[in-house]
Design a protein around this ligand. Structure first.
Ligand code: KG4
Ligand code: ZN
Length: 341
């Protein structure tokens, strides 16, 4: 089955074609980063309008790159949530309109399920079951994954998501939006021995996270310094080490508790090199393995939505009701597709 995937939940427009027989055929992506940069964060109304502008050109680009005709598409998957309501509505109505015109089924997909299944697009995908660490701009989740739609949430952030903490701390450091990659680059020049930030909630049992205190810690540390390039790099390094180490400790705890041998790391913060290296070493030491999507599929993209939609559409799942756009949607509300239940 060939599935067209459409992603518009936040500030990236993604379109992709996934083929059950031949794998990913093409993906096209447009990032709105430059549009939002001058505001220091995503402006929802601008995001919605830009998705409208980019969907058709990206669709043309994906079909041209795949060498496929429109008539080859047998199903359409779109991100139905969670995300910005206006942005979601653009992709959802576009996908459902195409599905009606082409007379193929459409299905609203959970954005975080897309992230979680993204490593399946790589050459050596993980088998079920696995532990998933989902670290994006909006979510920090540890999930025991038994199969498609079989998700048990073990821990989550009680305040800022990991990516949000990176972005807010980057802003304090005077770095442009989106802050995560810029902060990681600055941290690369920092001295890891100069400051030690706390590892929040690691001194008590449980698998939940709290990252908002680290931003305050960075603010207070910066206030006591002159703000030189060196100071800023050292603070960035201490912050990055604290987030990475906290994620590492919670993953190790979750692996011990579940006995799982495979770890999937996905979502935008999963592109962080220090995090990838530490978790790869952890899994190697435990006789298991860490799996990551390529960095371009860690951040938002259409390929992961096409893949997740394919898993469900090819198993016979269908959507008959109204167009779906769900700003808040817990991952563990999902069910396996009927044929796999
Ligand atoms: O998954 P994603 O593209 O969007 C959401 O669904 O939220 O994640 C974006 C987040 C942003 O907070 C961004 O700063 C962060 O991922 N990020 C990083 C890195 N690359 C992206 N954080 C740390 N290190 C990176 N290399
Ligand atoms: Zn995302």
């Amino acid at each position: 089955m060939i599935v067209l995937g459409i992603e518009t939940s936040c500030d990236e427009t993604g379109v992709a074609l996934y083929d059950g027989a031949r794998g990913l055929r093409a993906h096209a992506l447009y990032s709105q980063v430059a549009l939002h940069a001058e505001y220091g964060g995503v402006v929802p109304e601008l995001a919605s309008r830009d998705h409208v502008r980019k969907l058709v050109p990206l669709l043309d680009e994906a079909f041209a790159a795949a060498g496929l005709e429109r008539g080859a598409v047998e199903g359409i998957a779109y991100t139905a949530g969670p995300g910005l309501i206006g942005a979601l509505m653009v992709g959802a109505s576009f996908a459902r309109a195409l599905a009606a015109a082409w007379q193929v089924p459409a299905l609203g997909v959970h954005h975080m399920e897309g992230h979680l299944l993204a490593p399946m697009l790589e050459a050596d995908p993980p088998a079920f079951p696995f532990l998933a660490l989902l670290v994006s701009g909006g979510h920090t989740l540890l999930v025991a994954v038994a199969g498609v739609g079989r998700y048990r949430i073990l821990g989550e952030s009680i305040d800022d998501a990991a990516g949000e903490a990176f972005d807010k701390t980057a802003k304090l450091l005077g770095l442009p939006y989106p802050g995560g990659p810029a902060l990681a680059r600055l941290a690369g020049r920092g001295d890891p021995a100069r400051f030690t930030f706390p590892r929040p909630m690691t001194d008590r049992p449980g698998l939940d996270f709290s990252f908002s205190g680290l931003k305050t810690h960075a603010l207070n540390t910066l206030a006591s310094l002159s703000g030189s390039e060196e100071d800023r790099a050292d603070v960035a390094r201490a912050f990055e080490d604290a987030v990475v180490d906290t994620l590492f400790l919670k993953c190790r705890r979750a692996l011990r508790e579940t006995g799982l041998k495979r770890l999937v790391v996905a979502g935008g913060v999963g592109a962080n090199e220090r995090l990838r290296a530490q978790l790869a070493a952890l899994m190697q030491a435990r006789g298991g393995r860490a799996y990551y999507p390529r960095p371009a599929f860690c951040t938002d993209n259409g390929a992961m939505i096409a893949y997740a939609g394919h898993c469900r559409l090819a198993a016979g799942e269908r959507e008959d009701g109204p167009i779906r756009a769900v700003p808040r949607w817990p991952l563990d509300a999902l069910q396996p597709p009927p044929a796999l239940a």
